[in-house]
Structures are given as structure tokens and as C-alpha cells.
Write a protein that binds this ligand. Structure first.
Ligand code: FES
Ligand code: FES
Length: 154
């Protein structure tokens, strides 16, 4: 079937079978490989994207469920929170292997939209479903605090 998707503020037409996970379409059809495939069963967060601004697991989202909702991937993030997070991630050199990091960032962008100065508990709670096998959690926390300070003022 043919689907018309709104991806990173552009309309994209794709051919896919009903039931195809959005993650497959993003990576294989559209070449947006910043979003990662890991567990495939909504347990690790590597495939996190935003759907109308809300973080969702694209590995379990069938393409027909997307409709005209706005899909944002790591390649399309913008705004003060996203910019501050990307800067903080670089400054603090958060990633180790890097595999989980786009999912982590997608989740914390939403966190900063909701809570301007999140506590460690807020950060841990928001990221409870984003697994990092390299255990970069302490650097992620520092980077989120750094970005929150930049966006919200010290
Ligand atoms: S690959 Fe989607 S949650 Fe793990
Ligand atoms: S940086 Fe390696 S899995 Fe998170």
C-alpha cells in the first residue's frame, strides 16, 4: 500500500505492506538511520522517535497507525532544548558506543519540554525505558542538567 507520511516537516510517500513497523520505513525506505533497531519489542528505547511531539517506540508502531501525525526523528529535531542537549552531549562526550544515544536524546527532549529543570529522579524516570548497555547514565544526567541550565537559565 501507499502511505503519505509527514516526516521531519516534509511529506514523504512510501510503499509498504500493512503492519510494517515505522522503524523499518524510516531506516530502510527513507534512509533515516539515526533511529536504531535493537530489541524490536518496545523494551530498549533505541528506536524512539516523536509522534506529534510524544516519544514512541517506532519498532512496534505499524505504519497504518501513523496517519498524518508529525513524525520527528533525530535527524529532524530542532528548537532550544534540542540544540542545548546536542551541545551538552558533545561537551560532556556522553556516548560510548553511541547505539542507544539517539533514543536517549529523543526522550530527554520531551522531558525538557515538560519539566524545565528536571531532578535526577525525573531524568531516571523519563529514561527508565531507554537502555544503555555502556552505562552512560551518569553522563546523560550531567548533560541533561547542563542543557536544562542553558535553556532555563541558571
Ligand atoms: S528497538 Fe524499539 S524499543 Fe528496542
Ligand atoms: S552508549 Fe553504548 S549502548 Fe548506550
Amino acid at each position: 500500500m501507499r502511505y503519505r507520511l509527514n516526516v521531519n516537516r516534509e511529506t514523504r510517500e512510501v510503499e509498504a505492506e500493512r503492519g510494517t513497523p515505522l522503524l523499518w520505513v524510516l531506516r530502510e525506505t527513507l534512509g533515516l538511520t539515526g533511529t536504531k533497531f535493537s530489541c524490536g519489542v518496545a523494551q530498549c528505547g533505541a528506536c524512539t522517535i516523536h509522534l506529534d511531539g510524544t516519544p514512541v517506540r517506532s519498532c512496534v508502531l505499524p505504519i497504518e497507525a501513523v496517519g498524518r501525525k508529525e513524525i520527528t526523528t533525530i535527524e529532524g529535531v530542532e528548537g532550544p532544548a534540542a540544540a542545548a542537549l546536542q551541545e551538552a552531549w558533545e561537551e560532556i562526550q556522553v556516548p560510548q558506543c553511541g547505539y542507544c544515544q539517539s533514543g536517549q536524546i529523543m526522550t530527554v527532549i520531551s522531558l525538557l519540554d515538560e519539566i524545565r529543570r528536571p531532578s535526577n529522579d525525573d531524568i531516571d524516570g523519563a529514561l527508565a525505558g531507554n537502555v544503555c548497555r555502556c552505562a552512560t547514565y551518569p553522563r546523560i544526567r550531567r548533560a541533561v542538567h547542563e542543557a536544562a541550565a542553558k535553556v532555563g537559565g541558571r
